[in-house]
Ligand binder design. Sequence first.
Ligand code: GLP
Length: 261
Amino acid sequence: MEVIIQPNHHQIASIAANIIRDAILMKPNLVLGLATGSTPIELYKSLVRMHREDGLDFSGVTTFNLDEYVAIPLEHPQSYHTFMAHYFFNHVNIPEESQHIPQNTSENHEEFCTTYEDKIKQIGGIDIQVLGIGTDGHIGFNEVGSSLASRTRIVTLSQSTIDANAPYFNDDKKAVPELAITMGIATIMEAKQCLLLANGNSKSVAIAKAIEGPITSMVPASILQMHPDTVILLDEAAASDLKEVDYYNRSYANKLLLQSQ
Ligand code: GLP
């Protein structure tokens, strides 16, 4: 795990956007795993800016989103379909047929989940998976207690996730869907690289447990300790409960030094 700590969330987004830009320049048919939530919004803004101002070409890129609520219409203002269109897909040139988001409207969810996994495999796997983290350490909608070997499936949202998302549903907890489709933890772990972003004090405990605690299904993000290429991008607030900050900072400084030689 590489842990990069920056003064604020703008710098995190900019480093993440640079990693994705460099990957697209190296491999124009990059397969990107995408996340929703407030955390990656700034990253999407940076990528849109790179497309508009520097001509970064997304025409060969394929995307797979982590998750989607079940039982709200795709055009609902809080669906992840709406989110992705609003913050990213409407502003870059990824062909519509290359954008994949779990469908919450299919008649046969099980079949849909298997097909989603198959599509990822057929294209050769996800090159870079963008991740946020829940305040309890969940990734995607893999709630606390999810099997570390789980694949794309239907899950019941935890009360903590429902509470965290209620503000987006006019603070009406009953309006937050109970069910979601999410890529599994094993699906995420097969991505060649994972980029996990977190900012703000509310994430500091989950981040400390995920990076420095034991690997456990009680903190789903802790499985990333077993991933061969994960970069964790944090602002100082999200890093405030980590014990080894000095080591992470020295490691990153040395990496930059080596790159500049
Ligand atoms: C939801 C999403 C996750 C996201 C998390 C944190 O549970 N399914 O993918 O990481 O919220 O969201 P935020 O970035 O808004 O804190």
